[in-house]
Design a protein. Sequence first.
Length: 193
Amino acid sequence: MKFRTIIAAVVLCFAGSASAAVLTFDNLTNFMYGDGYPLAAGMAYSGKDLTYVESGFQVTLHAPNAASDAAHIGDGTYDPQTYNWHDGFENGIGSYLTVSKVGGGVFNLLGFDFYTDGMDMSINGLLTAHLEGYDSWSTALNGITELRLGSGTYNEIDNLSVGAASAAVPLPGTLPLLLGGLVVGALARRRRK
């Protein structure tokens, strides 16, 4: 095996994949989902929580104080092909949204568009920002397990860009040791010839 081939194999080994997906919510075209209205494909109830799955990610509206014993979306901003919900009224006060990978695990949050009169954003249980107005979040956050958005009166998110967390990066001292071992092995092999 040539030395360049060995180096290329080592680089590929540590590169890790960083595939990204954008949750566009484009199949949410009806006025409302849940609370007596049909659910879209990829939607299901778990108690009062309404879960929606797209591109391997789970978006869950939690409505612990829902008046009708079930959360629903679509009455917050009335925009189709977005994920929008209303805090209060049928969803009850204290509703919130979580985003996580299906089956758990870490992911990278690259950004999203939002429209709200005020929602708190938490990452892994830590308050990160307070969002208001119509804007975009574009500060990448890596290696998270849960994005949580508290609710204002009206709330909308769209174009949620998420990616697979990269493979573990070797410790700084590991790569030189590995390369050193490969060089010594290559030299020993040359001597035998």
